[in-house]
Each structure stands twice: as C-alpha cells, then as structure tokens.
Write a protein that binds this ligand. Structure first.
Ligand code: SAM
Length: 293
C-alpha cells in the first residue's frame, strides 16, 4: 500500500477532506498554468489523477468515445452525473451546435463553481448544478442520502447520460436508485455510459493469478480498497448490476469494455478511460438510427 492510500485508509473523512489538496495548493503557487486553455488548478483536480497532461488526455479519449461509441452528435442533449472538474467536458465545447445542451451535476461545490466560472462562459449551453448528496469520501457533510435523490429534470429529457468513475464510489442500493432515475430522464432509445469495477468470475480469477491490480476487502454486496471510507473505491457484483439495469428499464447494448484494473488489454486510444470497465446501455424503445458527428 502506498503512502497516499495508507492516509486514506486511516484518517477520518473530515480530516482527509481538509488535507487532501494542501500539497497541490502549494504546487499551484509555483507552477501556474500559462497556456491559453481551459485548465483547472491542480488543487481542484481531486476527482482523478492530477496533472495537466493527463487531464487533457482523459478529455480527448472521452471525446472519441462519445463520438465513436455513444454516437453523440452535435445537437444531443446530455447529462453528465459526477462531472467533477470538467476533464471530460471541455473537449465537448468543440463538438456541439446551438441546439445541444450539456448539464453537469456534481456533489463537490468547489468543482461545480470552477466549471460554472470557466466553462459556461465559453458556451452557455453548458451548465453545472451542485446537488448536496452525501458521500463519505467526496461530500461528507452532504444533506441528501443518495437513495433519496430525485434528478431535477422531467421524464425523457436526455439523449445521453454518462457517469465516469461515479458508480465506483457508491453502494449497490444507491446505484440501483440512480439507475431508476436515469431510466426516467433518458428518452426512449437514449444511451447511458457508465464505468465500474465489475466483480465476476473472470475478475475474481485475476486475483488468483496476480493480474488484479487492487487489494479488495468485501463489504455488503460490494468490495472496496478502503474499509475506512469505502466510497473511496467500490467494486460491484456484475450479476447483481445486470439485474439492477433490467429493473430500471435499461438494456446493455454492447459487450462490456473490460478495464485494465483487472488485467484486461484495452484499446490504446482509451488507455486512461478504460482503466475501469465500461458499460453502455439503452433506455427502452427502438434502437436509434446512427447519426454522424
Ligand atoms: C472519480 S471522480 C470522477 C469525475 C469525472 N466524472 C471524471 O471522470 O473526470 C467522481 C466524481 O463523482 C462525484 N460524485 C460522487 N458521488 C456522487 C453522487 N452520489 N452523485 C453525483 N456525483 C457524485 C464526485 O464529487 C466526483 O466529482
């Protein structure tokens, strides 16, 4: 276990939320971004690997995924739950036209504020909303239990919903609730992309042969690297998840893109994105005709 993981696995959540950004805030003082591009400070890149190059690469990979796999087109309406500091949002600025709509939701107030100040002014079709949902790792003072969240949108509002590395921080019953809400706000035929750590016979076998990259502790229908704050990383049972999608009226449409975390070989063009397993699903109704970007 490395030093950072050891800290996360021992300190209480309120302490962790205070100390996690300090070294990066100091580094920001000496290493300012001087390029003319939308780029958050390292201090706020707390939602993933910190660094300007990896931030940009993650965005470019996700843009290709949106175009090539999800068939996001220039006028799609899109909901990005857990949009974080916008690493997967900024490249979309060049993709959309004046009919498109992108909404990012997150429980981290600082990140939503930064995205609203730095991304929305570049295109007012991009908006960010803070939802005060509890998560021990990301928002330990949150007032709303995740199982009670009602997505603040009417039924059938979106063509695409994405959750990148969000269900990897949520417990099974909360994931099931979110999936039902997503099934409600997606239009018939709309698509959902979400990433996971999926536990199945194959990934369990990877533990045995040493290609499993994470030490997992079992919880109630989940696994975690951090029993102190399980929301740091949660792996879900694949068979259970499949039934939760069915209950939410969502159908898996593509073979799962298995991630590097359990030793899978991935498309080099999706090297960062496909660390986790990626599931693509569709809301009930006819399969949409392919559209061009
Ligand atoms: C690992 S980060 C990923 C951020 C972004 N999706 C990306 O891939 O760059 C997880 C994000 O999910 C957000 N989050 C955690 N629990 C959430 C919940 N219940 N609802 C919405 N967002 C949540 C966190 O605040 C954090 O920004």
């Amino acid at each position: 276990m490395n030093f950072k993981q050891a800290i996360k696995n021992t300190v209480p959540a309120p302490v962790f939320s205070v100390i996690r950004d300090v070294p990066w805030a100091i580094r920001d003082l000496f290493d300012r971004n001087t390029q003319d591009e939308v780029m958050p400070p390292l201090r706020l890149m707390r939602d993933g690997p910190r660094g300007r190059q990896i931030w940009t690469q993650a965005g470019q990979e996700t843009l290709h995924f949106y175009r090539d796999v999800l068939r996001l087109d220039r006028s799609s309406t899109m909901l990005d739950i857990g949009s974080g500091i916008g690493r997967r949002t900024v490249p979309l600025l060049s993709l959309v036209d004046d009919k498109a709509r992108y909404i990012g939701l997150d429980i981290d107030r600082d990140q939503v504020r930064w995205c609203t100040r730095n991304i929305t002014p570049r295109n007012f079709r991009f908006t960010f909303i803070h939802i005060d949902v509890f998560n021990k790792f990301y928002n330990h003072l949150g007032a709303i239990p995740p199982s009670k969240l009602v997505l603040p949108f009417p039924d059938n509002s979106f063509d695409v919903v994405s959750l990148w590395s969000v269900f990897t921080h949520m417990y099974p019953d909360d994931v099931a609730h979110y999936l039902k809400e997503i099934g409600r706000v997606l239009r018939p035929g709309g698509r959902l992309a979400a990433s996971y750590f999926l536990v199945n016979d194959e990934s369990k076998a990877a533990v045995g042969n040493g290609s499993f990259k994470l030490a997992l502790h079992p919880g109630d229908r989940y696994w975690t690297t951090n029993p102190n704050m399980p929301e740091d990383m949660i792996a879900l049972d694949e068979a259970w998840l499949r039934s939760a999608y069915t209950d939410a009226g969502l159908t898996w449409t593509e073979p799962v893109l298995r991630g590097r975390w359990a030793g899978a070989e991935v498309d080099p063009g999706l090297f960062i994105l496909n660390w986790q397993d990626i599931v693509v699903a569709q809301a009930g109704g006819p399969t949409p005709a392919p559209t061009t970007a």
